[in-house]
Design a protein around this ligand. Structure first.
Ligand code: ZN
Length: 404
């Protein structure tokens, strides 16, 4: 008997999903819908599709609970993956090859097709055990997370079809952990993309022209850089109230990502501009921070434009005031898993869910695994993957049976 024929059904479905090229910028969402509809039939789940915009479907696989009228659980997975530079991979990134040691190599193996299949395979086990949950479970596969979710979750959560799902709590993605722990993300930094524009007098490059657009811009940027430096120091040397070290998600990062001014050496430009990427930590008062930035800009007459700015940085409680936390913690305690509680340093679709007031945790049950999301040779070992299925076999009933 070959390894292939002995393969666990969960691993087979995982590898099949990995082979569907839902890769940006042209994800095969149609292929992924066909796969998921067939999968829903196989598991005896209801299946529906909501188009966030034409051609960008959110697929919903539903197991109706014993009490469908109380708030349901959303188990979210984004169906798209980031592009590959195939020359840097040792295997075809969309073949989902499995090595002898069980490593499955493919784009999306960690981010985050593993999690979507783990939810569904846990449901397969629960169905075999005839464990219909109290609350309805909606497994959602949403488009375009990897390009910011603007035509995915951001729109989906505002649609009537979403409101009808009556979601009370959501699970979404986390990150792999090289140690024994699982990382649990209870909040995210708010991404703020700004354009700063300074104007001045144009003219021949041989004079002292005032005001000078480039000087105005640089003076303002220097204030941003001083703030950047102080946050970098806080990350390096600071400690949280509980005495533990700061993680990246606990501080605010600032980076100038675009600089534009001038066309020719001997012409002083009348406009200079900068693109700035700021990730605002959840402890920051957003309105006060906005005022601070505007004051810095105003001192030198620099204009500020909010290009893509997220105005919510709420977090989900990780204490017994939150019944979903209590349910989750009981499962990780039972399974002897230590959780690292962190703020997600980048952005995921969870922010749109928290923004409309739904509590959400980000967790991808992958320990003893290097963090390879968006990297070459992204892989997940099948044993780790199957342990993750077991984790959800414990976790999903614990969440779905939380009394109303
Ligand atoms: Zn992801």
């Amino acid at each position: 008997m070959t390894t292939e024929t002995k393969e666990h059904i969960a691993v087979t479905r995982f590898r099949e999903f990995l082979r569907i090229k839902t890769v940006q910028p042209n994800p095969d969402y149609e292929g992924s819908c066909v796969f998921l509809e067939k999968y829903a039939k196989e598991l005896g789940l209801d299946y529906s599709v909501v188009e966030c915009v034409p051609g960008k479907p959110a697929c919903i696989l539903t197991w109706v609970g014993k009490n469908p009228s109380i708030p349901a659980i959303m188990l979210n997975c984004h169906s798209d993956v980031v592009p590959v530079s195939a020359a840097n991979w040792t295997h075809d990134p969309f073949a989902a090859d499995k090595l002898e040691n069980g490593d499955i190599i493919a784009r999306g193996a960690q981010d985050m097709k593993c999690v979507g299949i783990q939810y569904l395979e846990a449901i397969r086990v629960m169905k075999h055990q005839c464990k219909q949950p109290l609350r309805t479970l909606h497994v959602t596969f949403v488009p375009d997370e990897e390009v910011g979710g603007q035509e995915g979750m951001k729109l989906f959560v505002k649609m009537d079809e979403f409101k009808r799902l009556n979601i009370g709590f959501a699970l979404d993605e986390g990150l792999a952990s090289p140690g024994d722990t699982y990382k649990l993300f209870y909040g995210e930094r708010a991404p703020w993309w700004l354009t700063l524009t300074a104007r001045g007098k144009a003219g021949h490059g041989s004079q002292f022209l005032e005001p000078c657009a480039t000087i105005r811009l640089i003076k303002t940027l220097n204030k941003f850089f001083a703030f950047r430096e102080s946050e970098a120091r806080r990350l390096k040397y600071g400690k949280k109230e509980n005495g533990t070290a700061f993680q990246l998600g606990d501080v605010t990062t600032t980076n100038v990502t675009i600089l534009k001014a001038g066309v020719q050496h001997n012409v002083v430009p009348e406009v200079a501009s900068a693109g700035v990427d700021i990730r605002v930590a959840p402890t920051v008062d957003l309105q006060a921070f906005k005022k601070q930035l505007e004051d810095w800009c105003a001192e030198d007459g620099v204009e500020i434009e909010y290009v893509n700015t997220f105005w919510d940085n709420s977090t989900t409680a990780t204490n017994d005031s939150n019944v979903w936390w209590t349910a989750l913690k009981s499962v990780t305690d039972k399974r002897n898993i230590k959780l690292d509680l962190e703020i997600f340093p980048a952005a995921t679709d969870s922010r749109y869910v928290r923004e409309i007031g739904i509590p959400a945790f980000g967790i991808s049950p992958m320990n003893q695994t290097p963090v390879l999301l968006h990297d070459h040779d992204e892989y997940l070992n099948e044993k780790v993957f199957l342990t993750g299925v077991d984790f959800y076999v414990d976790l999903l009933p614990a969440l779905a049976d939380v009394p109303n």
